[in-house]
Design a protein around this ligand. Structure first.
Ligand SMILES: [Mg+2]
Length: 269
């Protein structure tokens, strides 16, 4: 009886401790999600975000018009999709509300719902390129099983020329360089790349830390606004995993610490 009761007490203590650990973990996950709230508020609500998106596509239009067409080659524009041409912020806002981390299963449910909206200025820009001698290529790291839903979502929003030739989703690697090279080898002159992630402009920053990513930008600053057009994305991206080596493998608690340690703060005196 005594023994049984001892076991019973131990089991209760064990349950309480694991419960505590789970609670802490879910608190850390909740904190990670909560840190996205202001970024999502800005993205979804501010006129400033909207203005930056229009500004990006106006700049892109000037750059497209100015770009010289190489003899015998058709001008092409390569664009990323998520948070470049289409807005998935409702999925991320759902993560915050439901306190869920990103995962492939819920992301796939979102993409199959085909509810992504157009980024301001994106459809008009794509239509401009399409009607002024250029070919739009939509190069995204969405999965192949999202293909049909992505086509339907893009077409419904009014994006032109979304075909098996022009929509290139993730195949063997999320490094987009091979897909860019394929487009060039098919005889296109890529005059402009548009994205919300430095990896949308080539392999140089792929899986690199933020110091190297910033160096890439500084060394190539003349290309931004002429060959590379960037859309703002403050709530996710490879800049986040660039905060620390193996960031994506860290626990929620470790991620919170990395984020906090990365702040450059005034000492207050
Ligand atoms: Mg993107």
């Amino acid at each position: 009886m005594k023994k049984a009761s001892l076991y019973g007490t131990s089991a209760l203590v064990f349950l309480a401790l694991t419960g505590c650990a789970q609670q802490t973990k879910s608190d850390a996950n909740a904190q990670l999600n909560d840190q996205s709230v202001m970024a999502l508020n800005w993205f979804q609500q501010s006129g400033e975000y909207q203005a930056l998106a229009y500004q990006a596509f106006t700049t892109a239009t000037y750059a497209f018009d100015k770009a010289q067409s190489l003899t015998g080659k058709q001008k092409a524009v390569v664009v990323d999709l998520d948070e470049t041409m289409i807005d998935n912020s409702a999925y991320s806002a759902w993560q915050v509300k439901a306190n869920k981390p990103f995962d492939d299963k819920s992301w796939s449910r979102w993409t199959h719902a085909e509810q992504a909206k157009a980024i301001p200025g994106a459809v008009s820009f794509a239509q401009y390129v399409d009607s002024h001698g250029g070919t739009m290529f939509y190069v995204s790291n969405r999965a192949q099983n999202d293909y049909a839903a992505t086509v339907a979502n893009l077409q419904r929003l009014g994006f032109p020329n979304v075909t098996e030739k022009t929509l290139r989703l993730n195949t063997a690697t999320s490094n987009k360089q091979a897909r860019f090279d394929e487009i060039k080898n098919e005889g296109y002159n890529i005059v402009l790349y548009i994205g919300d992630n430095l990896n949308d402009f080539g392999a140089a920053t792929y899986h690199k830390g933020n110091a190297e990513r910033r160096n890439f930008v500084a060394s190539n600053h003349n290309l931004f606004g002429t060959q590379f057009i960037v859309l703002p994305n403050p709530y996710y991206g490879d800049w986040e995993s660039g905060l620390a080596p193996n960031y994506n493998q860290l626990t929620p608690e470790q991620k919170l610490k990395v984020r906090d340690d990365a702040l450059k703060a005034w000492n207050g005196k």
